[in-house]
Design a protein. Structure first.
Length: 194
């Protein structure tokens, strides 16, 4: 079972990388900025790994695993390991991808989004880099909704604020705010969204 889940996540990862490669390498000269972020915070991984290893030790100390599997109740025994393992695999595969081109902005929070969401510069009234408070403004990290609009963020407190002409807002977290600011300054004269 775990090999099947692991294979499935690997397959999805390869498929998404291939789709990203096909989509963006045809016009690679148009890409001004590309960033891929993952959950790497120790305070996320420590409890997950602790729970997983605690479950494994508990199973090894309390049961003779091979005998229990053949008796028929063995799969129930591995449930405390399977659940944390699935959560670990989910967090391992979550990634926020941001691509900026002359035509617009592409964003994807995998595995919630299997393809990129395109935001055309014509839909945008303002875009800028800002510092934000993930817990108080949006209630945490990931795909979040708050009073200030929607947010895609993985870690940190710097983001690309996108204000739309229909008065909705989107915040996309970034770990490279200075590089993004330079790109936005270059694009600002070409697409007139400031």
């Amino acid at each position: 079972m775990r090999h099947l889940v692991s294979w499935l996540f690997c397959f999805l990862d390869v498929l998404c990388k291939f789709c990203t490669h096909v989509l963006f390498n045809m016009h690679n000269k148009d890409i001004f900025f590309k960033e891929i972020q993952r959950f790497t915070q120790w305070w996320i991984w420590l409890p997950l790994l602790t729970l997983f290893f605690y479950s494994m030790v508990h199973i090894l100390l309390e049961y003779n695993a091979l005998q229990e599997i053949f008796v028929g109740s063995g799969m129930r025994m591995f449930l405390p390991v399977i659940v944390p393992l699935c959560v670990i695999l989910l967090f391992w595969n979550v990634r926020l991808e941001t691509v900026i081109t002359a035509k617009g902005l592409y964003v994807k929070l995998f595995p919630l989004h299997l393809k990129f969401k395109f935001i055309c510069w014509d839909e945008v009234s303002a875009v800028y880099i800002r510092q934000y408070r993930p817990l108080t403004e949006f209630g945490g990290w990931g795909l979040r909704y708050g009073f200030g609009g929607k947010a895609y963020n993985i870690k940190g407190n710097m983001g690309l604020q996108v204000n739309f002409k229909d008065s909705s807002n989107l915040l996309i977290g970034t770990q490279r705010p200075e590089e993004l600011r330079v790109i936005l300054d270059k694009l600002g004269q070409k697409v007139n969204f400031f």
